[in-house]
Design a binder for this molecule. Sequence first.
Ligand code: ATP
Length: 513
Amino acid sequence: MSNQEDLFKNLISHCKEYGFIFQSSEIYDGLSAVYDYGQNGTLLKNNIRQYWWQSMVQLNENIVGIDAAIFMHPTTWKASGHVDAFSDPLIDNKDSKKRYRADVLIEEHVAKIEAKIEKEVEKAAKRFEGFDEKMFRSTNARVLEYQKSADDINARFKKALNENDLAEVKQIIIDSEIVCAVSGSKNWTDVRQFNLMFSTQLGSVAGDSDTIYLRPETAQGIFVNFLNVQKTGRMKIPFGIAQTGKAFRNEIVARQFIFRMREFEQMEMQFFIRPGTQKEWYEHWKETRLKWHNALGIDPKKKRFHDHIKLAHYADAACDIEFEFPFGFKELEGIHSRTDFDLRNHEQYSGKKQQYFDPELNQSYTPYVIETSIGLDRMFLAIMASSLKEEKLEDGSERVVLSIPAALAPIKVAVFPLMGKDGMPEKAMEIMNMLKFDYNVTYEEKDNIGKRYRRQDAIGTPYCITVDQQSLEDNTVTIRDRDTMKQDRVAIDTIPNLIAEKVSLKSLLKKLV
Ligand code: ATP
């Protein structure tokens, strides 16, 4: 097992052990790709959502938020293109009966070839002094051969996707000699399209006309409310509508923990603009969203932009912000220039005008849209993956610490009486009561202080306060910082000011403006 796989397993068990994430319906052996957030996970998730929401709705006077229903009129999904085009190409291995996404099989195959190239480069860099990487990549026979093979597959794949040529997608899998990870065989079925929307019946009468869908994205709830919000909020273009909420997709291959779930949460913002200005707004939102991620202090090398090979049916430009998860660089957020596709189609299917009268131009038009769309669960995973650390301490011992940005930590302060007697618990409670109106605080009396510190480190609590004998005499306590492990003695009444700068969301939001 690779080191990365070990780390990922470790992360999953940490999430369970410390009340962040549980398998759904675990007592019935769980439900595949569905998860529940526990007591600490819920707080962290709420904080991430809050950081996103405030960065959109509070910091931008031209962005407002809504909360649309999960169920929508079924024609919504005809108009949006999801009934006809929201599908993934699937392929089965006839021997193992295992089902795969054909596009993922090919992408992973190409990634393996690219990894071989990197290995060659690394090996050569170690061997030759004054190594010129560019020169090596353009002259080494083996690297050139690998590169050509990767480029050929990518070009064929792109063409096949654009032409919706599923036979060719299968042929690429066969020509690339891709084997099933379980059976090891190349005995593949044909490639078929599989629609990812869950459907259910509305009311008690079954029949086609009552079929409705669980929304596969939150965006359409924004589009169908575009005019409601514009008119009632007297919004002027450019303006945005933000929303967070559950989305559902019947994913073919749902692995990798909360990275790919069948029920998940999205945080989406649709920004309505004048036609023709989409390029500049697309760049603006790429930059703005990257800044939002960078403010969290996560290693910038773990993030990158990736332009889409195949544009979705609604887009004229699209890219992902990818994050280096323990299983490689994968999409964390999508930024899409959606043109006027959605509003135009809703106008056509509903027969109701979806236009905006621009007083400056003195003309009506269907606005264009830039969308930013991020999965809350994926963001949660990215934060956990970049924060969970095992540290060797100077005294030779080890500690597990979750160094999440303090403003997102589930619990901001833990208060410990050194002993459960002599008035110390009462003093600790006084401190709890002072802080609890602003922050989530916790109280612990059990075990020695060292053990209590370790438990709080493991859930990422930025500060631990200890009440001791001296506290009763002079109203001071020790306050320990999670990251430096340094302890300072401070007066109790200075604590709110001392911690506010680090633990309030304001500290993060200020980095965005
Ligand atoms: P992928 O290519 O990984 O399937 P996508 O391109 O279909 O993702 P979008 O439709 O752009 O994803 O959705 C926007 C965001 O919603 C994604 O960037 C991701 O963070 C999140 N998301 C999408 N599908 C899932 C899922 N099954 N589980 C968790 N989050 C998801």
